[in-house]
Design a protein around this ligand. Structure first.
Ligand code: FES
Length: 256
């Protein structure tokens, strides 16, 4: 693989609920090549001291304008610094990296827990078929984007919150249980515990399931082995073998 470094320019930045940042970068090559499920690494300038690059899932692209949008929670120094870049600033970017989701069949469910919604929103917009997005948060304030942002013909969005402040009162898995019977396949991203249960629900329902795993990453290119996860074929690197895996490959708590 040839790694493509470039200097991306901050085009716009939106911060919501004081904790979520949508950063849109002018990065023509990454925008053209980026596929749902893939991520980019952003490098912080050395003036902030030695810091590892940070991985960010691609939330949206606008190929015509050469834009790529990343949606993330501002949590910790690295993301604070990235969210602090002014419009017009340059930032070193590597990517797009990693594997992508396969094209979903008509009637697929896209199950997002928390910020796992970023790659699934990208997939939902790009899919050529009708899909249903299930997006669950703890409370309405934790919605990382406005639901109106996620619309296209054939796309249905169902929200849930644990406190009932928006959408159905319940968890992501409650939403999944309500919709699984009509689903042709399941695509999911979110906390590992949720992925593990979602994978076993999909297996019981006899439908295909693909998961995007979230792991801490140091290099993003398969060199440091800091992101390995157990699979039925041994340990694999989430950054370069994934982050998207067929659910049957992933070993959760010692069981595939
Ligand atoms: S982050 Fe270095 S191998 Fe994956």
């Amino acid at each position: 693989m040839v790694n493509s470094y470039s200097t991306a320019i901050v085009e716009t930045k939106e911060i919501t609920s004081d904790r979520y940042c949508k950063l849109t970068l002018k990065a023509p090559a990454a925008s053209v090549k980026g596929l749902p499920g893939q991520f980019v690494m952003l490098y912080l300038p050395s003036e902030y001291g030695p810091m590892l690059p940070r991985p960010f899932s691609i939330y949206a692209t606008d190929r015509e304008k050469g834009l790529i949008s990343l949606l993330f929670e501002i949590r910790g120094r690295g993301t604070e610094l990235v969210a602090g870049f002014d419009e017009g600033s340059g930032i070193k970017l590597l990517g797009p990296l990693g594997s992508c989701f396969p094209e979903p069949p008509p009637g697929a469910l896209l199950l997002a827990g928390g910020l796992g919604v970023a790659p699934l929103a990208f997939l939902a917009r790009r899919a050529k078929t009708p899909v249903t997005v299930l997006y669950a948060v703890q409370k309405a304030d934790n919605l990382a984007f406005q639901p109106e942002e996620l619309t296209r013909p054939g796309l249905i969005l169902h929200l849930a919150s644990e406190d009932g402040s928006i959408g159905y009162e319940g968890t992501a898995l409650d939403l999944l249980a309500m919709h699984l019977e009509q689903a042709s396949a399941l695509y999911s991203c979110g906390p590992r515990k949720m992925l593990s249960k979602a994978a076993s629900m999909a297996a019981k329902a006899g439908i295909e399931c693909f998961l995007s795993l979230e792991e801490r990453m140091a290099c993003g290119i398969g060199a440091c082995l800091g992101c390995v996860t157990e699979t039925v074929q041994g340990y694999k690197r989430v950054c370069s073998d994934g982050p998207v895996f067929a659910a049957g490959e992933v070993v959760f708590n010692g069981k595939a």
